[in-house]
Design a binder for this molecule. Sequence first.
Ligand SMILES: [Zn+2]
Length: 181
Amino acid sequence: MQEYVTNAIVLRKFPQGDLDGRYTLFTERYGKITGKAKSSRKITSKLAPHLEPGTALRARFIEAHGTQIIDALKVGDARRSLMDLQFLAMVLPEGQPEHAVWRMLVTRRFSWQKVLAVLGWDPADALCESCGIRRGTNFFVPRQEFFCDQCVRKVPLITRQNAVISLYASVQSERRVDKQE
Ligand SMILES: [Zn+2]
């Protein structure tokens, strides 16, 4: 059975059954993969500490009844927020290497403008999908559309927090704006 070995960053995890876990990894060689780690939720699991979101690791996996992560060794920390990791899990294509995005992460020169441009949604000249006038400074992931800072406020706050990548404003300044409303 063929084994695959690659550097990877854990983007997110979710439970599967009672003891197993499913993990979305961004791998250097194969792009985004989602795989199962058997018994990773047992407290005695040796893999679990190496599979927390944000962990940079060496991962070994096989293709048998789907993708199975059979070994994981933490080598560092991606130093991205959990939201950034979750957004990456949403926008990266499955099973397709994205070397430019990978390099941005490992060299810590990460920017959402560049990531979206590399993946085919260049925000440079994007106009707001709603008003068509102002700059599209927010990327609504599920619809793959840009909205300006004003129109994006029509999106419910909870959806915004989970599905809108704010390209320029920091999260804190957005929170301040919300308080004033
Ligand atoms: Zn607008």
